[in-house]
Design a protein around this ligand. Structure first.
Ligand SMILES: [Zn+2]
Length: 282
């Protein structure tokens, strides 16, 4: 699948930052360290979760999604959408196939709403949450979607009301991924599903490139693996049903003939660069 650059911002002087223990296991013990884009990533020596440390405060993170974010997203959202639809299909979610007895979907971090609009066109009842007020407004006016401009934890949502909750390339950006998953758990129906897409820190590219890995960027506060994200999901009341990965050989890397066999091999081994996890309330 195509590789697209993540929205990344230039450092703002004086952003408040704090250092915290590992949110998964509470340890402060540090294994490996990466220095990337002027920020430090620590791998928890106890559980293996990577976290940026220190981390910008939530207000500083929100301030990064300024006017340039709308232009960034609208320039790419159709390409993102086609990649996202392929990725979700890997995990069994397709707009044309509604779950038995329901068809309500919540997208957290829905950006322009381009992806959600495909579900809407197929008859799903759709809701979105988007931190950027400009993008939320775009999604409402362009696609007629019901989108709240806030964080998930602040959104007004009926409890246990969604057949599907999805968050694509989002959980690595949030300050408190456990509170995020807890809020997602409150939104999803019993028997419903949560779909998460995020970079795979245990993948071949992360191993090959280390701190030069394309996902080791200052806008990513956490870097998960299927194991660490699975453990966090379990801690917040989910059971992982499937974890799939894709993307092996970095685009443009030589020899190019290796890309196809490597992509196939890493997929088989679960060592792809990006992963999609499907989970249900435990
Ligand atoms: Zn840990």
């Amino acid at each position: 699948m195509a590789e697209l650059r993540t929205f990344a911002t230039a450092p703002k002087a004086g952003e408040p930052a704090v250092s915290r223990p590992c949110p998964l296991c509470s340890s402060r013990a540090v294994g490996k360290r990466w220095l990337a884009q002027g920020v430090e990533f620590l791998r928890c020596a106890s559980c293996g979760l990577w976290r940026q440390d220190p981390q910008p405060e939530p207000s500083a993170v929100a301030a990064r999604y300024d006017h340039s974010y709308l232009a960034y997203e609208t320039a790419r959202h159709l390409e993102y959408r086609s990649i996202a639809l392929k990725s979700l299909a890997e995990a069994g979610l397709e707009p044309g196939r509604r779950p038995d007895g329901g068809s309500s979907i919540l997208e957290i971090g829905c950006a322009t709403g381009a992806l959600l609009s495909v579900f809407k066109d197929r008859g799903w009842s759709c809701a979105g949450v988007e931190l950027s007020p400009e993008l939320a407004s775009y999604a409402r006016s362009t696609f007629g979607l019901d989108v709240q401009a806030c964080r998930l934890e602040e959104a007004r949502l009926d409890a246990l009301s969604f057949d599907v909750v999805m968050a694509l390339h989002l959980i690595e950006h949030v300050n408190d991924p456990r509170a995020f998953l807890a809020a997602a758990r409150r939104a999803v129906k019993p028997g419903g599903r949560l779909y998460l897409i995020t970079p795979n820190a245990d993948g071949f590219q992360a191993w090959l490139k280390g701190q030069e890995w394309r996902s080791a960027i200052r806008d990513h506060l956490y870097l998960f693996s299927a194991r660490t994200l699975g453990a966090m999901l379990k801690a917040e009341g989910f059971r992982v049903e499937s974890a799939r990965t894709w993307g092996g050989w970095p685009a443009g890397m030589r020899p190019r003939w290796l890309k196809k066999p490597m992509d196939a091999a890493v997929k088989r081994l679960g060592l792809g660069d990006v992963m999609v996890l499907r989970a249900r309330p435990a």
